[in-house]
Design a protein around this ligand. Structure first.
Ligand SMILES: *Cc1c(COP(=O)(O)O)cnc(C)c1O
Length: 489
């Protein structure tokens, strides 16, 4: 299957590209991104057939339906990365937490956040393509805390790929920062930026679009790629777990095959929710996708009022920092799918130039057929963490935002699947505060008090982080990023 561009074709890019081309070089005409030309139709027979399939078998079938130009042996190798999750047979457990409420836990991989779901297998695919083509790639990643560790972990010591990872200094949790700055491999560079995540992401987009930067890389025999969530090589792996979670509900007798469910997704750059949207379009029985945000509630406004408005707005720091995002990149793919390339180009250019756009009444109605949204502020989030804990479920602040959306959306009598995107260990000071009232605890102290409260152990790899040597010490102004990256190469 081939890929086309969300803002139409400028005549300088190929009209369509293969999957491997789209993931190796994800920027397309007019600053758009790649989308599949059509989506495979799976429908109920596919679900029926895979009702008892294990995760990897299901994944192979879903990826197979996309007919991508990746060797099946490489796909097997990529999916084998799920063997390193907590339970290799069941990398994504789905837990019943309420009457018709389930949590699909996406954080059982090496860096304890859902980014592993896509980045672990993606790293294998990308490195293999680079080796087969005899090419060397630089992956530039901008992270609000979870993409960075996951990207570094997946590409660590992988041939033909180097990673430079930008993170907002002070904008991540201790655990997230330690996961990055203690990574020690010759092909990895971690760079702290004085600024917020949007600054880091903007810097990344500038570099990705800069021809002079590209030319300088070429002198070093290096091509540029990106591992951020606009890369379809990540999105494709995010379709799978939505289908898996639904089948898990059927297996648990919570729904009958064909019954519709709600997907409730804590959203930032909208990669996770987009995976759910594609799964729905491929025939997964979904009533609606609930979009949960924190106080950076641009998505709530878009879905409830049809207005994407960044005027007089700047990112506010919340207890769910992976969602502290105002420019949600993957919304563009939804715009394209619903309203076409011409309209997407107009809207995205308006957002770039005037910092806002507004959908028509008809467009908003179409969006609302698929999505509903709400946002959860920090106080509410902590209350949900506390309430869930009293009911026996320990969750992180990103997951907590979904509980608000669930509560304010009329989901009954259907079942809802909440996606849990991080383990409690990654955001322990907030959780300790919610559970015990202690303020400003350092991560390690917070981890200990939660472990005690929940009568559980701090996972060994997390505890070990605090004794590891910090090897990545660079923190710079955003103007100096290009130079820093070039000297790393
Ligand atoms: C990245 C991330 C999100 C947001 O996911 P998107 O796909 O960008 O919408 C939510 N929670 C956590 C913990 C994350 O790491």
């Amino acid at each position: 299957m081939n890929f086309i561009e969300t803002r139409g074709n400028d005549g300088q890019h190929p009209a369509e590209v293969s999957f491997s081309a789209a993931i190796l070089s994800p920027m397309s005409s007019f600053g758009g991104i790649y989308v599949p030309k059509t989506l495979p139709q799976l429908g109920i027979p596919f679900l029926e057939k895979h009702l008892d399939a294990d995760y990897k078998t299901l994944a192979r079938a879903v990826l197979g339906a996309f007919e991508i130009d990746i060797d099946p042996a490489v796909i097997d190798k990529a999916l084998a990365t799920y063997d390193d999750f907590d339970d290799s047979n069941s990398p994504v457990p789905v837990i019943k937490v309420g009457d018709r409420l389930f949590v699909s836990e996406l954080y059982h991989g090496p860096t304890r956040a859902f980014k592993d779901m896509a980045l672990q297998p993606f790293g294998v695919v990308l490195s293999d393509l680079a080796q087969k083509r005899g090419e060397h790639y630089l992956i530039l990643a901008a992270t609000s805390g979870d993409t960075g560790p996951a990207a570094l972990e997946t590409f660590k010591n992988k041939p033909n790929v180097k990673v430079a990872c930008l993170y907002p200094d002070g904008g991540t949790s201790d655990v997230q920062r330690l996961q990055m700055v203690t990574e020690n491999a010759p092909n990895l560079k971690v760079i702290g930026i004085k600024g917020d995540f949007d600054d880091a992401q903007n810097a990344l987009k500038l570099l990705l679009g800069s021809t002079s930067f590209r030319a300088k890389l070429q002198e070093k025999n290096t091509l540029l790629s990106a591992a951020n969530s606009v890369n379809f090589g990540r999105i494709i792996f995010q379709v799978i777990y939505h289908i898996h979670s639904y089948l898990e509900l059927v297996r648990q007798d919570a729904v009958a095959l064909g019954d519709k469910v709600y997907l409730d997704v804590p959203s930032g750059n909208f990669g996770n929710a987009l995976g759910g949207y594609y799964a729905m379009k491929m025939g997964l029985p979904v009533e609606k996708i609930l979009i949960a945000s924190n106080s950076n509630n641009v998505l709530t406004q878009l879905i409830n009022n049809g207005k994407y408005d960044l005027r007089d707005r700047s990112v506010v720091a919340t207890i769910s920092p992976a969602m502290d995002i105002l420019k949600s990149s993957n919304i563009e793919r939804i715009l394209f799918d619903l309203f076409g390339a011409e309209r997407t180009k107009v809207l995205m250019q308006q957002l770039n130039n005037e910092k806002h756009y507004e959908l028509t009444t008809e467009e908003l109605a179409r969006l609302q057929e698929i999505f509903a949204a709400d946002y959860c502020d920090d106080t509410e989030g902590k209350n949900y963490i506390q309430a869930a804990f009293q009911d026996g479920y320990l969750m992180d602040p990103h997951t907590a935002t979904c509980f608000k959306t669930h509560e304010t959306s009329e989901t009954e009598p259907q079942a809802t699947i909440v996606y849990s995107t991080a383990e409690w260990t990654k955001f322990s000071p907030t959780i300790a505060n919610a559970l015990t009232g202690e303020v400003d605890a350092h991560d390690l102290d917070a981890l200990k008090s939660i472990a005690k409260e929940a009568n559980t152990a701090i996972p060994a790899p997390i505890e070990a982080l605090f004794g590891k040597e910090v090897t990545q010490k660079t923190v710079i102004e955003k103007e100096d990023i290009e130079q820093e990256v070039l000297s790393f190469l």
